[in-house]
Design a protein around this ligand. Structure first.
Ligand code: GUN
Length: 283
């Protein structure tokens, strides 16, 4: 693998190894961190994500339970389950897989999760704490993006970072985290004018726009760190990121292939959040 193509296996392996050591030490004291994952309905992509989350918990010794509920589940029934999990002593992290069926308000469900068990970092209190710089559970994909950038050896402080995408799950929180690391941050989105020119100034380019192969080499300053959060299924069945990898790879500095880095790193941050939540709740 070329030097500047980020190796997800090694990165994730290192961090998960450290998580496992800590979980094993806690387990030796009779305390095992636990994660509950809730899946409503039969969305095939969600089912794969949930399976991967549970499998990853097993690998590091975190207890996990998956609650699979039918698509017709009412909001009241889901809120009842969340309430039960909020009170369960063996559960330290709760993740309700999104998207939820249309008849259920995602906001109502997220609001109901105990903030100290909100391992997705989606609760408005955790979002607020992130934006005012208070310690909180951080959303997994954005936290993973920062970890990836740091592990390339890049100093974030003082650098120009451009984030393409302004979603609540990725674009906004990753921008807040980059700002917290003292980057100068620009957020681009569908209404941005001169996007290519803005992106070409970036030392760090984070792409989360949900459009396959959107970013070509004209967007990339030579040597820039390029983190591709996108994962799109093409008509031929293949997966592609939001970055046209083959076009950009020779221009970029450290770059993430899709799949293989941001996805596994997101799950790794979920494991880390569950461990962090468990330690805080144990006190
Ligand atoms: N669906 C897609 N990404 C996510 C995520 O990070 N958390 C949850 N709960 N659902 C998702």
């Amino acid at each position: 693998m070329s030097q500047h193509i980020i190796d997800g296996k090694q990165l994730v392996g290192d961090i998960r190894g450290k998580i496992k050591e800590e979980v094993d030490a806690l387990a030796a004291e009779g305390f095992r961190p636990g994660l509950a994952v809730v899946l409503v309905g039969e969305d095939p992509a969600s089912a794969v994500y949930v399976r991967n989350k549970a499998k990853s918990c097993d690998q590091v010794g975190i207890y996990s339970e998956v609650h699979r509920l039918p698509a017709e589940t009412t909001q009241a029934e889901l809120l009842e389950l969340v309430d039960k999990l909020n009170r369960a002593a063996n559960i330290h992290g709760i993740l309700v897989q999104l998207p939820l069926p249309k008849h259920i308000s995602e906001d109502a469900v997220i609001d109901a999760i105990a903030i100290e068990k909100d391992v997705d970092g989606f609760h408005p209190i955790n979002v607020g704490n992130l934006s005012i710089g208070k310690p909180s559970l951080l959303p997994c994909t954005p936290a993973g993006v920062i970890e990836i950038i740091k592990r390339t050896g890049t100093t974030i402080s003082g650098k120009k970072a451009v984030v393409i995408g302004r979603s609540n799950i990725v674009g906004k929180p990753v921008s807040m985290l980059l700002l917290r690391e003292n980057a100068t941050v620009t957020i681009c989105h569908s209404r941005t004018e001169n996007m290519k020119e803005l992106c070409r100034e970036a030392d760090i380019l984070v792409v989360a726009i949900g459009k396959p192969k959107f970013v070509t080499k004209e967007f990339v300053k030579p040597g820039a760190v390029v983190i591709d959060v996108g994962i799109n299924r093409l008509e031929d069945g293949k997966l592609a990121g939001d970055v046209d990898f083959d076009d950009v790879v020779d221009t970029a500095g450290p770059i993430t292939p899709v799949p293989g880095v941001v996805g596994p790193m997101t799950i790794t941050m979920l494991l880390q959040n569950t461990l962090q939540a468990a330690k805080a709740l144990r006190k």
